[in-house]
Ligand binder design. Structure first.
Ligand code: SF4
Ligand code: SF4
Length: 280
């Protein structure tokens, strides 16, 4: 049996917010009985764009990703809902019944992703419905996906086994895997939001910083094991990515022409630019 999944590629998200706006356009003032009551004009981010800034000038970057209902297979929002107000469809989509869920504010707190919003006027918990009302009419792509100019969003209706093959082949991850909710929204390049970088600039000469060193070989070690190797670019800059937050002490070894010229110790909390590393 094929079910819906969404793949979000963080590397392709440009934080344009088109997906956020398309979802608002679809739901504000529009009632889809059985799927979703109208979204209020303010305060609800059914597709919420979250931003992560890393490093500091000049080795700095910013990435964004949409976060929405994950349509979890082991959904923590179903249990606390009375009278079957939240249920999972055979195609994987989780629906909050807009009639049965009335007055059930406890459903909002049950989602570990913060994906459910309380509609104060209607006394209703609400969230992104994966455009189930459109898919049931024969649409093959969600509105969010259609307006994403970079192709950062991709929905697939396939068998779970096939999806798991894609997950393994493309290194996809889910949000909060430790919650064991089994999300159906998968993220590619999630390390850009969740992992850290160490960057620096290799320079030489008496006026440090004026002469960048291109081609220096930099090795990153932890507990004397090599974590990664790279080469400084034409600005003398280098970076190591994909490191865990608060992962302790690292050593940087900088070599030119095979000879160690400089070493630097780094204790990694959050992403860090170590500054100028001056070679003699
Ligand atoms: S429309 Fe695409 S690029 Fe724009 S914020 Fe949404 S996912 Fe990112
Ligand atoms: S993301 Fe939250 S609202 Fe959506 S299915 Fe999972 S627990 Fe329920």
């Amino acid at each position: 049996m094929s079910k819906w999944n969404m793949i979000v590629d963080v590397a392709k998200c440009e934080n344009c917010r088109n997906c956020f706006l398309a979802t608002k356009d679809e739901h504000i003032g529009n009632d889809f009985p059985g799927y979703a009551a109208p979204q209020p004009p303010h305060g609800h981010n059914w597709i919420d764009i979250r931003v992560n800034e890393r490093g500091s000038y000049p080795v700095v970057d910013a990435h964004a990703m949409p976060v929405m209902c994950n349509h979890c297979d082991n959904a923590p929002c179903i249990g606390p809902a009375n009278g079957g107000a939240v249920y999972k469809r055979a195609d994987g989509i989780v629906i909050i019944d807009p009639v049965k869920a009335k007055g059930q504010k406890q459903i909002v707190e049950s989602c570990p992703y913060g994906a459910i919003y309380w509609n104060d006027e209607l006394k209703l918990p609400q969230k992104w419905v994966f455009d189930a009302h459109l898919l049931d009419e024969g649409w093959t792509r969600t509105r969010a996906e259609q307006v994403c100019a970079t192709g950062a969003l991709k929905s697939l209706k396939i068998a779970d086994e096939e999806m798991q093959r894609i997950v393994a082949a493309e290194g996809l991850e889910v949000l909060l895997p430790e919650k064991q909710t089994k999300p159906r929204v998968y993220y590619k390049n999630l390390q850009l939001m969740t992992r850290c970088l160490i960057g620096g600039t290799v320079v030489t000469g008496e006026n440090a910083g004026e002469e960048c060193v291109e081609g220096a070989r930099i090795t990153l070690l932890q507990h004397q094991s090599v974590i990664g190797e790279t080469t400084s670019d034409s600005y003398g800059e280098f970076r190591f990515d994909g490191l865990a937050e608060n992962s302790g002490q690292y050593d940087l070894v900088i070599k030119m022409n095979g000879k160690t010229e400089e070493t630097r110790k780094v204790v990694l909390g959050d992403s860090q630019y170590v500054g100028l590393i001056q070679l003699k």
